[in-house]
Write a protein that binds this ligand. Structure first.
Ligand code: UTP
Length: 230
């Protein structure tokens, strides 16, 4: 299966880089390749992006430049994962979708960070899924699925097992983009998912090790975004 996977910066580098999590990713990606899956990866900026964006904001740097600083952080995390993946990965962070697809066709795993100001790596992942005609899009986040409300703020928030892209769009709303902003998913990504109608999983980091089984149809504890029944 051809799969685009987005590892949120908040799981790869929640503060310092999470070495155990990166090891789990390397093992899972090697296993997926061994099972002949075609894998494309996008990595977020995490705390590094936020700390640098906050510093830039204090320095009254314009929003577009704050975004470029965020993009630089995503690329550092991407390079760390690439180095850990070793020879199965394309050697540097890929910046263009066509190049990522070409690397995948050469049997390498492309790893992208951010690309363009005004969005997050969620949108990059949705665009990469579109460019590569992936069958599945997977987001690993520090919230292990989509909830009825922010589970960190509302103890009554419940995880949703399955929802349609339209229901996701309603939940996400249309908050105006701000560098470093936090939402369930970037509204740009939600729009692309709606248009592509691609099956999308939102999973917690404890499911990284189980990804090969999950692609084989094993149950998971996250959220499925699809228009058809599971
Ligand atoms: P992230 O993709 O890391 O944000 O981009 P996120 O998904 O909210 O957070 P994590 O990684 O899961 O913790 C960080 C910032 O980098 C800029 C934006 O300012 C974004 O908020 N960015 C990123 C861009 O401008 N364009 C991109 O394509 C990606």
């Amino acid at each position: 299966m051809r799969v685009t996977i987005c590892f949120g910066g908040s799981i790869i580098a929640p503060g310092n880089p999470d070495v155990a999590c990166i090891r789990d990713i390397v093992r899972a990606v090697r296993e997926l390749k061994a099972r002949n899956h075609e894998i494309l990866i996008v990595v977020g900026g995490g705390e590094l992006a936020r700390v640098y964006i906050n510093a830039a904001r204090e320095l009254e740097v314009p929003g577009v430049d704050q975004d470029q600083i965020g993009i630089a952080a995503t690329k550092l995390n991407a390079q760390l994962l690439i180095s850990a993946l070793g020879d199965i990965a394309e050697p540097s962070p890929v910046t263009a979708f066509e190049k990522a697809v070409r690397a995948m066709l050469r049997d390498k795993v492309p790893v992208m960070g951010g690309t363009t100001p005004g969005q997050t790596t969620d949108a990059v992942a949705a665009m990469l899924a579109q460019a590569s005609k992936s069958e599945l899009l997977v987001f690993f986040t520090n919230v292990d699925g989509v909830y009825t409300a922010d589970p960190k703020q509302d103890p009554k928030a419940k995880k949703i097992d399955q929802l349609t892209p339209e229901e996701l769009a309603k939940l996400v709303g249309s908050a105006e983009f701000q560098p470093g902003m936090k939402t369930i998913m970037d509204p740009v990504a939600v729009k692309i998912i709606q248009r592509l109608n691609i099956k999308t999983l939102i999973l917690g980091k404890h499911e990284i090790k189980r990804l090969p089984e999950i692609l084989n149809g094993a149950k998971h504890t996250g959220t499925v975004i699809t228009r058809v029944s599971k």
